[in-house]
Design a protein around this ligand. Sequence first.
Ligand code: PLP
Length: 406
Amino acid sequence: MATINQNYLKLPGSYLFSEIARRVSAYAQANPDKKLIKLGIGDVTRPLAPAVTQAMHKAVDEMATGEGFHGYGPEQGYEFLRQAIAQHDYAARGVDIAPDEIFVSDGAKSDCGNIGDIFGVDNVVAVCDPVYPVYVDTNAMAGRAGDYDGESQHWSKLVYMPCTAENGFSPAIPQEKVDLIYLCFPNNPTGAVASREQLERWVAYANANDAVILYDSAYEAFITQPDIPHTIFEIPGAKTCAIEFRSFSKTAGFTGTRCAYTVVPKELVRGGASLNSLWNRRQCTKFNGVPYVVQRGAEAVYSPEGQAQVKETIAYYQRNAQVIREGLTRAGLTVSGGVNAAYIWVKTPEGMGSWEFFDLLLEQANVVTTPGAGFGPSGEGYIRVTAFGDQQATQEAVARIVSVLG
Ligand code: PLP
């Protein structure tokens, strides 16, 4: 008899977005005349940059010719894209990352999940609370998380690092020894960033304990403050203890186009094995590369026109973030994030629960948000608002919230 991976049976249902969808659809059905504005899900809304679509059109035309046709590409990504990434995302910031330390993929979500393949099941894993659920669920699937307790909403073997207003939404280094540490800055869902000093402490901890930091900087493009590191590899010593995940999804609107990359430094060795070699082996075995057309599109993000265009789009979302921050502050709410991030983390008023405040905004302002409790117990008492929406709709949503709470 075929047996199954029992760990899958331990996973709680993907409650958050299905429950949001259920409440939204029930409300919309009962109130067909109301126009809802969605500031919930973290998908982008602006079109791809013209430089990107031009490069993709050109690549499609190449594919229609005998000489320009591309079949299977290198599993690690084409050299032209790995070179461009090494140059623009690292060398330009004074960081030396070689193209063969960069693995192009179809998404940071897949990479954050798949990276577990190269680590043993006995590693102690630390995650933030609240957290991007992919880190938790993929470790649970691999049998690294133990058992789920519905009451505490915690897995028995994971080490949770609360991110609260008291610590500025930046986790403290755990008391117990941990082996794999997921960090995400700028953070989803809180919008917090890590300072250089904070990252230096993590790197020192990881090197001293032979731990590995899994650093997700999918939202790096939203950093505005000059002293905030864009990559963990700006921190001396990070190359012996960190893996970094990046994505074109939020940087350049590739959520539907799919392109990302992971950096595994060659200096990173655990148990005598090079993690770069292990990841290379994993990718070559289980992954067949990102389409040529998409990689040409990603390369165009780094052209002068591409850079100007994607920066304009990011500025568009950043203006939304400012409108949300200022408006909700005017409405008497306490907000954080949204300065170096497209997420605004909003404290619910008068001790309301996340879902209670979500319902109030849905029913009275007809605005859809995301309850913070869905990202972990420390998210209770917060909602997440995203700046990825249409400008006018965002302004309208904020005006409605101000009038409901004012
Ligand atoms: N990492 C974080 C923290 C995210 O919030 C997301 C998407 O929402 C991703 C990774 C996924 O990125 P990708 O679209 O490259 O799979």
